[in-house]
Design a protein around this ligand. Structure first.
Ligand code: KG4
Ligand code: ZN
Length: 351
């Protein structure tokens, strides 16, 4: 198979990004234009402003990604763009641009799910390091500003499939960081600020109650619903998350529990997940995977379980287009190209 150069484009939220990746395993260029300064005064992403900034940035960002890679519009083999999930207006900027470029250049266009991109950020870097010894199934935790999902990932030939076995019931993990930071007047985005400040903090100063999920998931895919509907073969345990309680806890500074209990329940939770699904490898990815405490905890717990755990480097943890180009490569090999009439899918699920 000759080398394949894919130009990836990502514009799902507040980063305009373009990258060139060779054959899904070599990062050639990676350009990210952040809109943090635009949204900072509002303490969160303002969708209309995000679309406008994407329009401004997309052309120079793509040109720089090609120039950095020593590539041209003509020399690349295919284009890949994020289809969803994300902000509809933001997604449409990347999609319209990628479609026009693919049409003009007569090159194939590949539509990629943003969450699949986060998972492939890990794979890209592991392959780049020469690690080809990946054991399946992979348990992938995607934790970012908009998402907290747990997937079981399998590979058959060049095709990847994902089963969602857990998700947040309320806020995403990154959202909890961002909202708490906003509440405390720490700035935006909150994750990196809290992370930096945490080394000066005292983890025992305030005891917060671990979040509890008491009610069964009402989504049709939940084991409870499946059981009710008699679809017993679909009954699979789920591992959900909840972060809205911590916000309230921080806000009120009341009702303290023993912190050890929460650590123990997390440890048990991880052990339970790996037992239930006989997982062989653990991925932790997405913006919040840049968090030091999270990395250390997962590394420690995974080592205890004898489980290899992989994280993306920090630049590839947060939104970028290299992950989109990397996730597109297996689809390129399979000839899974997007029809020219595909559109943005703001609430796109990963399967
Ligand atoms: O993956 P990402 O760039 O965008 C989404 O797909 O949502 O993730 C952005 C999120 C923000 O909520 C930000 O506060 C959080 O990732 N984040 C962090 C850290 N760096 C970024 N959270 C905790 N610790 C960090 N070091
Ligand atoms: Zn993301």
């Amino acid at each position: 198979m000759p080398d394949t150069y894919i130009l990836g484009i990502e514009s799902s939220c507040d980063e305009t990004a373009a990258a060139v990746v060779r054959s899904g395993e070599q990062l050639i260029s990676n350009v990210v234009a952040s809109q943090i300064a635009t949204h900072q005064p509002f303490g969160g992403v303002v969708p209309e402003l995000a679309s406008r900034e994407h329009l401004r940035a997309i052309l120079p960002v793509v040109r720089k990604a090609l120039a950095d890679a020593g590539q041209s519009y003509q020399s690349i083999d295919a284009l890949a763009v994020t289809q969803g999930p994300g902000l509809a207006g933001s997604l449409l900027v990347g999609i319209s641009y990628a479609k026009a470029l693919a049409f003009a250049l007569e090159k194939p266009l590949i539509a990629v799910n943003h969450l699949e991109g986060h998972i492939h950020a890990v794979l890209l870097e592991e392959r780049q390091k020469g690690n080809r010894d990946l054991r399946f199934p992979v348990l992938a935790l995607v934790v970012s500003g908009g998402h907290t999902h747990l997937y079981l990932a399998e590979q058959q030939g060049e095709s990847w499939s994902y089963e969602n076995i857990g998700h947040t019931r309320d806020d995403a993990a990154g959202e909890a960081f961002d909202k708490v930071a906003k509440l405390l007047g720490l700035g935006y985005p909150g994750g990196p600020v809290v992370d930096r400040l945490s080394v000066h903090g005292d983890p025992r100063a305030v005891k917060f109650a671990p979040s509890q999920i008491k009610h069964p998931d009402r989504r049709p895919t939940s084991p409870q619903t499946a059981r009710k509907e008699g679809a017993l073969e679909n009954v699979r345990p789920r591992f959900d998350f909840s972060y809205s309680g911590i916000k309230t806890a921080v806000l009120r500074y009341v009702e303290t529990h023993d912190l050890k209990a929460s650590i123990e329940s997390r440890r048990e939770g991880l052990a339970e997940i790996t037992r239930e699904y006989d997982v062989a490898t653990l991925f932790v990815t997405g913006g919040v995977a840049a968090n030091n405490e999270l990395r250390q905890t997962f590394e420690r717990e995974a080592a205890r379980e004898g489980l290899p755990a992989y994280f993306p480097s920090r630049p590839l943890s947060t939104d970028n287009a290299a992950m989109i180009a990397a996730a597109a490569y297996p689809k390129f090999l399979n000839g899974e190209f997007a029809a020219m009439d595909f559109s943005a899918e703001a609430g796109m699920a990963l399967k």
